[in-house]
Write a protein that binds this ligand. Structure first.
Ligand code: CIR
Length: 258
């Protein structure tokens, strides 16, 4: 059984951080409806969804992926690169403590969970505007005793590593080659996004299917041609906040039943 931790959309989402995206009005009611549908997609994929209440004074707090990295053995609460997001961490730490021993990234380290791609025992971390050398080194120190390698990967043109690459089937990654070099990830099969859909590399693998935005039909065709089963979701309002599908959950195995 997989657990998916989510958090409701903040009433303050209009004040979200934006780096590569122009600010547009976000329809809060629609964003919340889309988020509920996303939670339903996780439940259909067999996840037990732990839905946390919205934090209205923290605009980006729906993007729970960024505040922690959850391994089978330990949870690491991050120190997000955007200062406005750091108070989110004190809200997630006690929740994760119900599931894992918790450790913390300390200053001067910064790390966003959106930069952390785990492929089995190999962890790749984007050298983005949000995650720095100290944050990456601290993650390495915590994870290596459990047998994980941690490799820093250059990424450019996008917010996070997982804007540019995600795992879409076991051993298969979906890549935007304009933002990250797909050969940096060792022995994996690589599917390139359609170049007309630059934000299309972010999909969320859950329960053997891929939760994937409706807005990338051409890349979706490539995924389906590779035999990947798609669970489509409309996340258009969350995309205006520079979010995607991995960023709205923390997905990990329930160790109490395994
Ligand atoms: C931010 O800039 O932090 C938010 N507006 C978007 C975060 C999206 N997170 C993710 O893709 N992991």
């Amino acid at each position: 059984m997989q657990i998916a931790i989510t958090r409701g959309v903040s009433a303050g989402i209009a004040a979200c951080e934006l780096t590569h995206v122009e600010r547009q009005a976000i329809d809060l009611a629609r964003a919340r409806a889309q988020h509920r549908a996303y939670e339903e997609a996780l439940a259909r994929a067999g996840c037990r969804v732990e839905s946390l209440p919205a934090l209205d004074d923290l605009p980006d707090s729906v993007f729970v992926e960024d505040v922690a990295v959850v391994l089978d053995e330990i949870a690491i609460v991050t120190r997000p690169g955007a200062e406005s997001r750091r108070p989110e961490t004190s809200h997630i730490a006690p929740v994760l403590a119900n599931h894992r021993r918790v450790s913390f990234i300390q200053a001067p380290g910064t790390l966003d969970g959106g930069d952390v791609l785990r492929l089995g025992r190999r962890i790749f971390v984007g050298q983005s505007g949000r995650s720095n050398e100290s944050g990456i080194e601290q993650l390495r120190t915590v994870a290596w005793p459990y047998g994980y390698t941690v490799t820093a990967v250059p990424v450019s043109g996008c917010l996070h590593l997982k804007s540019a690459i995600t795992e879409v089937a076991p051993g298969t990654v979906l890549v935007n080659p304009a933002w990250v070099n797909g050969t940096a990830f060792g022995h994996v099969s690589v599917i390139d996004i359609d170049s007309g859909e630059p934000y299309a590399a972010n999909g969320l693998l859950a329960g053997g299917r891929l939760i994937y935005p409706e807005s990338f039909p051409r890349t979706r065709q490539r995924l389906e041609a590779a035999g990947i089963v798609i669970e489509p979701v409309d996340v258009s309002e969350l995309q205006k906040a520079e979010g995607a599908v991995t960023c709205c959950s923390l997905l990990f195995s329930d160790q109490s039943t395994s």
